[in-house]
Design a protein around this ligand. Structure first.
Ligand code: ADQ
Length: 465
C-alpha cells in the first residue's frame, strides 16, 4: 500500500475517538493517513512576519502532520485575497462580489510555489498525493515543475463555475492549465464536472476528451470523476443518541413549547442564501396568518472570514433583516426568528436537528452541503422531520426526496415550509427512508475510497458516482 500525502490549506486531523465533535472530512482523511502511515501537510493557521519554510512536525493520535506558518502579506493576498475574495465568490456564481487584484493572483501563485517547495522534500517515489480545494489548484503543477512524478489527485469541494463565468478571471487559462497537471480530478457532482469539461472542450484544443470522461494531453491520461462527499453517518447517528444530544433535544422541545421548529445551520456566508431564507420565511408568515405563534425558525450561523468586507456586510444585513421580521411579527410570548451567531458542538447540533420538524437548507450555490445530510442522519425514523433543500446545492443531485426549492424564490420557500409542516407521517417516513439510504451508503468513507481507488489504480478503475 502506498503512503498517502494529503495537502490542504488547513490541517485538522481527527483524534481517532469517533466523530462526536469532529467533521467527517477530518475523520475520513485521518483514517486514510493512519492506515498508510501518511502525512497531512498545510498551513498552520499562524501568521509570522515573513515566510521561512520552517516545517513543524506533530503527531495527533497516529496522524502525522507537517505545517508551515505564512507571512502576513501571504495571508492577505493568497488566503483573504485570491482564495476568499476572488475564487470563492466567482466559483459560487457571485461575480458581483468577486475582487480582481493582480496582487491577489500573484500572492496565490507565490504561496502555492512555497507550499510545493516546502513539501517536496517529504515526498517519496511511491507516495500518493491528494490535494484539496480551491486554495491549492496550482500546487500539482508546482510539484511537477520540481520533478515530482508521483500520482497526484485533486478534489474540489466547491462548485466549478460555468465557462462564461470562469472567463471573467484574468488568468483563467493558466488556472485550468494547472488542473491538467493532476492524474485524477474529482468534483462533488456531475454538474460541476460537466462545466469543467465544457471549458476544456471550448478552450483547450490540445486536450482530447474520451467518451468515458478521461482527458488526454498527448499520451498522458487524466481521470475526471464526480465523487460526492458524505458525512460520517454511523458516527453522527450514534452521536445523536449521546446524552449531550438527548439533553439538547429535550431542552429544544421544551423551549419550543409545542411550536414547530424549523432549523437552519450554516457558516455565515453569502453563498448560503440566509437573506433569501429569511425573506422566504417572512413570506410564509405573512401569507399564512394561522401559522403566527405556532412555528419558529432557529438559525444558527457562526461568523466566518471576518477579515473580508463582504462577510461583514452580510452579517449586518442579516442583523437588520431578522430584527425587522421579528419587529413585524413578534408578540410578547413569541419571537418568529431565533438568530444565533455562534457554533455548537456537533452532538448538541444533532439533538437540535432531531427536534426540528423542518431542516431548511437553502444555499444559493454549494459544492455539496453536509448540513443537509447531517439533518437527515439525526432524524428519528418513526417521526422524521422534512428536509427542504436548494436545487443549487450539490447535495440536490443525490437528495431528490427532499422538497427541492429555488432558494431565490420567497414563494417557493414559503410553499415548501407549508407543505413540510402539513406532510403526513407516512410520507415523511417514506421520503426520509429514501434519503437516509443514500446518506448511509455514500458516507465519507465511501467518498475517500472512491477517490483513492481511482488515484491508486493508475486511473483504470471505473467509478459510478
Ligand atoms: P462548508 O461551506 O463549510 O464546506 P458544509 O458542507 O455545510 O459547508 O459543512 C459545514 C459543516 O460545518 C457541517 O458539518 C456543519 O455541521 C458544521 N457547522 C455549520 N454551522 C455550524 C455551527 N453553527 N456549529 C457547529 N457546526 C457547524 C465546504 C463546501 C461544501 C462541502 C464541504 C465538504 O462549501 O459545499 O459540502 O466543503 O466538501
Amino acid at each position: 500500500m502506498s503512503r498517502l500525502i494529503v495537502i490542504s490549506n488547513r490541517v485538522q486531523p481527527a483524534n481517532g475517538e469517533g466523530a462526536g465533535n469532529q467533521g467527517g472530512l477530518a475523520v475520513a482523511l485521518s483514517a486514510a493517513l493512519r492506515e498508510s502511515n501518511g502525512i497531512w501537510f498545510g498551513w498552520s493557521g499562524e501568521e509570522i512576519e515573513t515566510f521561512t519554510g520552517q516545517l513543524n512536525f506533530q503527531r495527533h493520535d497516529g496522524v502525522a502532520t507537517a505545517t508551515v506558518d505564512l507571512g502576513a502579506q501571504d495571508i492577505e493576498e493568497y488566503y483573504n485575497g485570491f482564495a476568499n475574495r476572488t475564487l470563492w465568490p466567482l466559483f459560487h456564481y457571485r461575480i458581483d462580489v468577486a475582487e480582481f487584484e493582480r496582487g491577489f493572483a500573484g500572492g496565490y501563485d507565490r504561496v502555492n510555489a512555497r507550499f510545493a517547495e516546502t513539501v517536496h522534500p517529504l515526498i517519496e517515489p511511491d507516495d500518493l498525493i491528494w490535494v484539496h480545494d480551491y486554495h491549492m489548484i496550482p500546487l500539482g503543477a508546482e510539484l511537477r515543475a520540481r520533478g515530482v512524478r508521483n500520482r497526484i489527485g485533486f478534489f474540489l469541494h466547491i462548485p466549478w463555475p460555468p465557462m462564461r463565468l470562469l472567463a471573467a478571471l484574468p488568468n483563467h487559462r493558466q488556472l485550468v492549465q494547472a488542473m491538467l497537471a493532476y492524474d485524477v480530478i474529482g468534483f462533488q457532482t456531475r454538474d460541476w464536472l460537466d462545466s469543467f469539461l465544457d471549458y476544456v472542450r471550448a478552450e483547450m484544443p490540445d486536450v482530447r476528451i474520451e467518451a468515458d470522461g478521461s482527458l488526454f494531453v498527448g499520451e498522458r491520461a487524466i481521470r475526471v470523476i464526480a465523487c460526492p462527499i458524505g458525512i460520517d453517518t454511523a458516527a453522527f447517528r450514534a452521536s445523536a443518541r449521546e446524552p449531550e444530544a438527548v439533553t439538547a433535544f429535550e431542552r429544544m422541545r421544551a423551549s419550543a413549547n409545542g411550536r414547530d421548529l424549523i432549523v437552519g445551520v450554516d457558516r455565515l456566508d453569502y453563498s448560503k442564501g440566509l437573506q433569501e431564507r429569511f425573506l422566504g420565511y417572512e413570506r410564509f408568515l405573512s401569507s399564512r396568518p394561522q401559522a403566527l405563534g405556532r412555528v419558529f425558525l432557529l438559525q444558527i450561523a457562526p461568523p466566518s472570514r471576518e477579515d473580508v468586507q463582504s462577510y461583514r456586510e452580510i452579517r449586518s444585513a442579516l442583523d437588520g433583516l431578522s430584527g425587522r421580521i421579528n419587529g413585524e411579527f413578534a408578540d410578547v410570548e413569541w419571537v418568529p426568528i431565533r438568530y444565533v451567531n455562534r457554533g455548537y458542538p456537533r452532538d448538541r447540533l444533532a439533538g437540535i436537528y432531531r427536534a426540528a420538524r423542518v431542516g431548511l437548507v437553502t444555499p444559493l450555490r454549494d459544492g455539496m452541503n453536509l448540513v443537509a445530510k447531517e439533518y437527515v442522519a439525526a432524524q428519528d425514523e418513526d417521526d422524521p422531520g422534512v428536509l427542504i433543500l436548494s436545487r443549487f446545492a450539490g447535495a440536490a443531485e443525490q437528495m431528490g426526496e427532499a422538497l427541492l426549492v429555488n432558494p431565490h424564490s420567497a414563494e417557493e420557500i414559503a410553499d415548501a415550509i407549508s407543505q413540510a409542516l402539513a406532510m403526513t407521517r407516512a410520507e415523511r417516513q417514506r421520503r426520509w427512508r429514501a434519503l437516509m439510504d443514500g446518506v448511509e451508503e455514500r458516507d465519507v468513507l465511501w467518498w475517500q475510497r472512491c477517490f483513492l481507488s481511482v488515484l491508486a489504480s493508475g486511473g483504470k478503475a471505473t467509478v459510478d458516482a
